[in-house]
Write a protein that binds this ligand. Sequence first.
Ligand SMILES: [Zn+2]
Ligand SMILES: [Zn+2]
Length: 252
Amino acid sequence: MSPDELLARLRPWRERHQRTAYVPQLGAGPSPSRFGGRPDMAEGDEWPTCAGCERPMLFVFQLDLETSPADLGTGRIQLFYCPTDDGSCETWAPFAGANEARWSQGPASSRALPGGTEMLTERSIVGWESVSEFPHPEEHEWLGLTYHYDFRANTVRIVCPELGFDESGLDIEACSAELIGLPADRDKLLGWPRFVQGMNYPGCPRCGEPLTYLFQIDSEVGTDLMFGDVGIGHIMRCEAHPDVLSFAWDCH
Ligand SMILES: [Zn+2]
Ligand SMILES: [Zn+2]
């Protein structure tokens, strides 16, 4: 079976799981959504401090929900991050206190950085480019698409019960899981997360349900930050508790 034929046969599955991602277009000039610079903070918003090194965090990113291209409600999503980049603070882990993703609401104004805190390069988000995406191979089995590899024969059997699809002897390179779905690895709003190490949806500390992916941040594109060795980070949010947000990254 050719790759084109495989994609044609799996089209109903791909259409069901297709999502739109919005890739930020960066530019100069003021914008309510941005990487770096200063955050807009509402009255009562405190500047977060790292639970490990106890230093004020860096301001990394702000997404204004009302002007975003998706229907995400009101307020703004922000990310702050530990400034100590030596592995002693668990910057990669959700809910470990070395990063903070938060939902800020209400009228807000630009807030000066605490003394001695580095300001990351400001890059305004001046537009969004829509791209169509399909889920990461790590998620396929969960979504009803399984692969059974025969590495000696260099073939794969792909099974999708909901389509009555069960084909053996497919070429392992040409008919790869990545052909069927591989989300973009750059900064983006929504779409599907590009996982580096494996599927990772942290559980909500309040209800235990897996959080929902919201925004992906790549190393050194919109942000100056490098996550480990060119890692990729994800902001996630609880659907039932919109004030519960997490950030986690991983790398090879
Ligand atoms: Zn720290
Ligand atoms: Zn929850």
